[in-house]
Ligand binder design. Structure first.
Ligand code: 13P
Length: 213
């Protein structure tokens, strides 16, 4: 399983969480990656943890104010999220961002709300897709238990388009049981945020997430 921890814009210690994630990952039967804000990518990568950006822009160098270039991100990061529910892109921009990320050597995980969108973004050739129903994000109610049909539907939809694309699920994942439930639904990974970023003890939260794997 792949455990991808999105720190969003939470007021947390990205480096401390990354150090904990790097240590927990060494003994876990799972990949663990941390996705901090862009300005923290270098410091997070320095800990040795797998590092993901939260977004990269569809454009390359040029007159594009406020861009986060894939080439710049790739100096530090291993991969990037794209089209997160809180950072939606137009279809053409998802396509261009995937291409920019891949050209820069970044792994891509493209988010979508439901199985229909999962099919559409799978067709664009990312490495993985992640289904996240927006209404469950940040609730602590796991998609794997509250809406297993959407996970199974996403796995089927992606498999119909391109079986080589991994399917992750996210929203409300916070416990080891949530991760096991996601795996039982044939998700190859989980995408989560508040369960670690807002935890009193992020290291303990990470250990619990992977303990059953
Ligand atoms: O949006 C998410 C991860 O990218 C899910 O957030 P929560 O884990 O806080 O529900």
């Amino acid at each position: 399983m792949f455990v991808l921890v999105n720190l969003k814009a939470y007021d947390c210690d990205a480096v401390a969480i990354a150090e904990a994630a790097a240590e927990v990952a060494t003994d876990a039967d799972a990949r663990i990656a941390v996705a901090p804000q862009a300005v923290d990518l270098a410091a997070v990568a320095e800990t040795g943890v797998e590092t993901f950006a939260q977004h990269v822009s569809p454009n390359g160098h040029g007159s594009h104010t406020g861009s986060t270039l894939a080439d710049a991100v790739a100096q530090y990061a291993d991969g990037t999220l794209l089209n997160h529910s809180e950072r939606r892109l137009r279809l053409a921009d998802i396509d261009a961002s995937i291409e920019a990320a891949h050209d820069a050597g970044l792994e891509t995980v493209v988010c979508a709300n439901n199985p229909e969108q999962i099919a559409a973004v799978t067709a664009l050739g990312p490495d993985a897709v992640a289904v996240e129903p927006p209404e469950l994000i940040g609730t602590g109610v796991s998609v794997a238990s509250a809406d297993p049909d959407i996970v199974e539907g996403a796995v089927a939809a992606a498999g119909d388009v391109d079986p080589s694309v991994d399917v992750f699920c996210g929203a409300g994942i916070s416990t080891g049981d949530d991760v096991l439930a996601a795996r039982d639904l044939d998700a190859r990974g989980v995408l989560l945020a508040s369960g670690v970023a807002k935890a009193d003890d992020p290291r303990a939260a990470l250990e619990a997430l992977v303990a059953g794997l």
